[in-house]
Design a binder for this molecule. Sequence first.
Ligand code: SAM
Length: 247
Amino acid sequence: MAKVYLVGAGPGAPDLLTVRAARVLATATVVFHDALVHPETLALAKAARLVDVGKRAGRVSTEQRFINRALVEAAKANGGVVRLKGGDPMVFGRAQEEIDALEAAGIEVEIVPGITAALAASADLGVSLTRRGIARTVVLATARVGRDEDASGWIAAALAADTTFLYMAGAQAAAIAVALIGAGKPASTPVAIVESASLDAAQRWVGTLAGLSLEAPRMHGGPAILAVGEVFAHSRVAALLSPAVAA
Ligand SMILES: C[S@@+](CC[C@H](N)C(=O)[O-])C[C@H]1O[C@@H](n2cnc3c(N)ncnc32)[C@H](O)[C@@H]1O
């Protein structure tokens, strides 16, 4: 039976790849990869043809259909087909659409998990997401919704959770802070933004919802995740804050 490996590349640093992922890449014949996968990770697929299927804004659904079709065709033609996705493939990675398309074509899918951005960000910040006495619930959410999706669900989830991560939040960070304060989250709630978590280029910013609602920090254009919750008052980067940012 034809088979495709859906593999998590982790958050960026090539040495955060799992051993299983490295083994699968070493025997791959073709690798369909996301745009931001580290070159050292791609280099592990020594014998493979590399196909960059990174999505560009505004053409997401067309490209997803293309990816689904390309995976099915490649799996019918070859063994060793790998779909390599940033972070963990099952977290905001549109994995289910690919799994459904492959299984509908009679192709087996094996998932190899990866470290998702929220966990890399918590490591970069040196913050336990479930600090005893402060946080017992963690939510992974996004404020970015597709057509026909409920745009308010993430707000209810963020109000209910002790610790919330908002993926794909870089450009929307200030608007997210305004929405959360408007929905009743205390303006003094600590927040953190981590850009390019796990990489040397990582940028970290810690403040409050109030400060973020007034002005989002200027980042460097890498992928960024927004974290909200009391635990981030204990970030090791809080000491670096300028008074304006900490407002
Ligand atoms: C389409 S989602 C994919 C998430 C991925 N599957 C994961 O598990 O991390 C892309 C978003 O993940 C977050 N992200 C991915 N890599 C990141 C990194 N190294 N640092 C911070 N955020 C990251 C950003 O919010 C980015 O907009």
